[in-house]
Design a protein around this ligand. Sequence first.
Ligand code: 0A1
Ligand code: ZN
Length: 867
Amino acid sequence: MFPDTDTAPQTIYLKDYTPAPYLASHIALTFELFEDRTIVRSEVTYRRNPASSSDTLVLNGQDQVLLAVERDGAAFDGFTLAEQKMVIEQAGEQFTLAITSEIHPETNTALEGLYQSQGTFCTQCEAEGFRRITFFQDRPDVLSTFSVRIEADKQRYPVLLSNGNLQESGDLAQGRHFTAWHDPFPKPCYLFALVAGDLVRIADTFRTQSGRDVDLHIYVRKGDEGQCAHAMASLKKAMKWDEEKYGREYELDLFNIVAVSDFNMGAMENTSLNIFNTKLVLAHQETATDADFISVEAVIGHEYFHNWTGNRVTCRDWFQLSLKEGLTVFRDQEFSADMNSRAVQRIDDVDQLRRLQFPEDASPLAHSVQPDNFIEISNFYTMTVYEKGSELIRMQHTLLGADNYRQATDLYFSRYDGHAVTINDFVQCMADASGRDMSQFFRWYKQAGTPSLQASGRYDANNSRYTLTLRQSQPDTPGQTGKQPLLIPVAVGLLNADGMETHATQVLEMTEREQDFTFENVASRPVPSILRGFSAPVKLSTDLSDDDLRLLQLRDTDGFNKWEAGQTIALRTIQRVMADAQADTSQFIEDFGALIEQGLRKETDKALLARALSLPSIAVLSQAQEVVDPASIDQARTSILKSIKQAHKDALVRLYEFNSDDGAFSITPQAMGRRALRNVALELLTVSNGTGCAARAKAHYAQANNMTDRVAALSCLADSIKPERDEVFTDFYERFKDYQLVVDKWFALQAIANRAEIFEDFAKLRRHAEFNIRNPNRVRALYSAFAVNNPVKFHDPSGQGYALVRDAIIELNAINPQIAARQVTPFREWRRYAPALQSQMQQALQSIMETPGLSNDVFEVVSKCLK
Ligand code: 0A1
Ligand code: ZN
């Protein structure tokens, strides 16, 4: 039943952590790359670690053919090999071990360790990929300086890269050549990287705040060099931002980025040699949407920021993953907010948290930001560790204030540069720099589940006093009950009945289960604006009336809560229609018209308005349902969209035309906002269950001078049964078939079609010559797009949606376990669906569970889902 071993997969516990028995201060690696094998030699001097009481050296190793082992220069066989480990007992005080092994990147489909992507050798070592390269203590608390020599055929692989600085290069016999690299900063092996390929280089430089020049290189496949300018500009902005906001300067002379087409995740922060999924490097107006441009900037920033938060200061063990990921996501979100629009950034980040993290927290896979145990660490690169982790940093920023927060991060960097530390160490810096006791706050890291926060208000006219009562509760999650109250920062401001702000934002610090907060000098009954800027990741419910919310929607000074008020009204309206199809929605429809009118004014913030004109997604609406039925949510949602179109067609046409292209393409926030608003108008104008306005969408496509508008047109046509649909999709494919990332969009836009033909279409796409199950981007384009963004058809009562994702998981299990395990996500909330759907989802999970040769990755998530 299980791979590699006959025993059940092992659970690893945080409480069992012990320091590494041996230190490995330097590692020298040699790679001989060939088409049918790679020979790796590693040489390490081990010294006993004074912090450990053990003298047993345990080296991890996987999928290697061991060729030779030498100890202090002589052949050595004093080790045992068992369960992917080489064990040397009573290993001694100090000795040098040289290990030679053969590995096979050319057949590595898991994309961990050393593998090939379209003829380029590349590595992915986080979290535990280095053990597929050589035998080593593959754990983040073992820090070493690295020297790396790479030898390969010169013609096929003219570019040979590793971390740090280039020391030497030259020619060898038989058309081969070599490079030698040295990285002087001690690092854990998960940050090791190697690239060998025939790539083109885009070069630039950055002058640091202390006046040093750093060479910046981006390597891509030939032909892609015209799509790198945005990534390079983003890198320079990120370097500058980190100097200004965190006082962090880059220390090496060279910073490389390499883009590859086959990559399990988004990108990887290997020291001075970041490896990226092409999707997060390449961006050109013809081939990338505005959302792509924004993600490229964010992820280039994210990986660069890891240089300090992750690399210079790293994790002691993998339970501390959020130490680097939560903090680095917070840093990239703030970077994006500074580069673009702060309010829009916050809305989009919170929307993502609600769509993707809240459901995780409500599922059998719920885990705390600092988990207590895992089977397969790859399964813990989650929305909880990343996005909720970022919210925890944001709350600390809110509680300390910007100045104290900066002092705390300065302290963190000076205290721990060159060390492998814990989340507790980070929070202690927050405490030490601010003089605050952070012990109650730390519960956020240990308690899983999204807290609920209930707010109700009382106005006392005699004393001009307003009292806000807040109640918090924490849901039980697998293995965790009876949780303690959290320290919750709740940002609140007050408006009067005319919509004037009478009390500016204050951060209330809630520490009890239930607490009253009073506001003095309140002249009339106020409307409170609660949880401004989404100051804590909770589910808020209030006693505000629809009228109160309408006031906030129009007048709140907090951009996030203005949007939030509108979304809450929309949610309530959709819920009313779900309960009664004849429910009166006239007020909502009328107010929507007033919003549309705002878009006809020049001074309006168009990006914000585009978001205000978008109804909550099915994913968000599902969370408010006791028993989830995506089809009925979709029906109610669509009927409201149709009423909007009917009532405001002329205004929408004006909105569409008023915001038409103003000439030259640009990616300023204003230009993106205009496109977003116009495309929302198009979406509203073309809503109609697959028949209406196909001509309008086709014309939009034909006139487009950028990918954002083309994709908008295609998504309006996706559900259509009109001939325009196929015409436009065919044109799109023919026009862009040489651009892999655009072909991914072509797959995804068809996979989300909510129309009767979807299962035949899907089968055709699956058989399409361009589909390749070994390429993670393609798998995501077809399967994740379908399962996540087409909830109605994934949950089709026939069970066909479940079956096709189940089959893909079973197929992928043998090819790429990480990607297979990710595809289980849409099944995890199976208990929340109507009984008929529930049992089919459960059956799908069970048949995956019974698959012979199940990987640890898939075993862990499926078994937890079924528990
Ligand atoms: N540290 C990277 C994410 C990453 C994690 C695992 C990977 O392979 C299994 C790849 C990348 C980041 O946060 O960007
Ligand atoms: Zn990261």
